[in-house]
Design a protein around this ligand. Sequence first.
Ligand SMILES: [Zn+2]
Length: 126
Amino acid sequence: MARQRRPLSATRLTKFREGLLAERAQLLGTVEDLDAEADVKNWRESGFDDDPADAGSASFERETAQSLSLHARNLLAQIDEALRRMDDGVFGDCIGCGMRIELERLEALPYTTQCMDCRRREETGR
Ligand SMILES: [Zn+2]
C-alpha cells in the first residue's frame, strides 16, 4: 500500500472534523439516554412488589445500558482525543511509527491513532 507523508488536505480535515463532531453530539445524547435508562431500571429493581422475572430482566437491561454507556463514553474519549490531535496538527499520523494512517482506515475509524501495521503488530503482541 502506498504510504504518504503529505498532510491531509484542509478540505478532508474539515470533513473529518465535522464527522467527529456529529458523532460526538450523537454519542453525548446516547450516553444521556443510557444513563437515564440505567437509572430507571435501578429504581424499578429496588421496588418491592416486582415480579422476580421482571426484576431479573430489568437488571439485565440495566447492565446492558451500563455497558453500552461505558462503551459510548470510551468512544467519546477517543473522539475528543482525535479532535485534540487535529488541533495539534497531528491528526491522521500514526502514534506508533509516525507515518500517515491509511485514508480508508481513517474514513472507517476517524479516531484511530494507529496505522494498520502498528495495530496488527500490537494485536499479535509484536
Ligand atoms: Zn504505524
